[in-house]
Structure formats: C-alpha cells, structure tokens
Design a protein. Structure first.
Length: 164
C-alpha cells in the first residue's frame, strides 16, 4: 500500500499529526503548498487539515483534486479546538459535497487551542463568535484553552489502515 499525507497547518497541530502518521505508515509527507500534482502512484491519500472559521481548511483542495483521487482510499484528518462531535460533523457536511462526503473517511483528532499563539484576528473572531453563541457550553468551550495533540489520537486512523 503506497500512501501520501498532504497537510495544511496554521499553528502546527495538523503538521504534528501529519508527521506522526507519516512516521507510523511510511507514507510520503508533503505540505499542501509543495505536494505532487500527480497522485496516480498512490493507493491511499490522507488529507490533513483543521476546522477554521466554520470550515475544513482543505475543502477547496479536496474538491479540486477529487476527479483524480475519487477511486482511491481517501482519509481526512481534522484538528480542531472543538471537541463536540456533532459540531464537527456539521462543519464537515458544510465543507464537502455529498459526492466527496460519501467516499471519504473522516477522523477528528484533538487539537490545540492556545490564545497567545493565535493571530490577533483569530483570537477576536473566536471571542466574537463565543459572545454571540446561544449555548453556554459552546461559549465556554471556545474560550477555554486546551492542548489535546497526542500521538495516541491517531489510533483509529492506524486501525482503519490496518497498521500496528
């Protein structure tokens, strides 16, 4: 099985997971900006991104390359400050077409949410969205820092790929 891990990382969490996954699988590792144009030689395509501003960061790239990878095993690994699986599911549904959604396997993994590492704009977007949130649990979750980036969060991905 020949695979590739393509990632887009803003603050480093996604890159860390992509590196760990490449180490554990032997797959090639590329940032989105430097990945090969031709993916014909790969059986497994792993797209690693984050949930940012209510969308999956790699959604446009996935849609762009979909015609060339639709017959391959495609996994999407998502980092996020959100831990609510229902919120993540909704974001994923809003980010991908039904054609893509029905053909990929999505793995939400823990993310990192540290305000002093975020850009001024990102911090203020989060504060504004939290302020307008109707759900206290969501509001508190958005304003609470966390670091849930752990190698063991990839266990489900490795099991799916029959590695380990």
């Amino acid at each position: 099985m020949k695979g590739i891990v393509i990632y887009k990382s803003k603050y480093g969490s996604t890159k860390q997971y992509a590196q760990w996954l490449a180490e554990d699988t032997g797959f090639g590792l590329y940032p989105l900006t430097a990945c090969p144009k031709n993916l014909d030689g790969f059986d497994v395509i792993v797209l690693a991104g984050s949930i940012h501003a209510g969308f999956v960061s790699i959604r446009e790239y996935a849609a762009e390359i979909w015609p060339s990878i639709k017959d391959k095993k495609v996994l999407v690994i998502l980092t996020s400050g959100a831990s609510n699986r229902e919120v993540i599911r909704k974001v994923v549904e809003d980010s991908f077409s039904s054609t893509i959604l029905n053909s990929i396997k999505v793995f939400p993994v823990g993310g990192r949410y540290v305000f002093n590492r975020m850009s001024f704009i990102d911090r203020n977007i989060i504060k504004m969205v939290a302020f307008f949130s109707k759900h206290q649990e969501t509001k508190e979750g958005m304003l609470t820092e966390k670091d849930d980036v752990k190698r063991e969060n990839l266990k489900e991905v490795l099991d799916y790929l029959n590695i380990r």
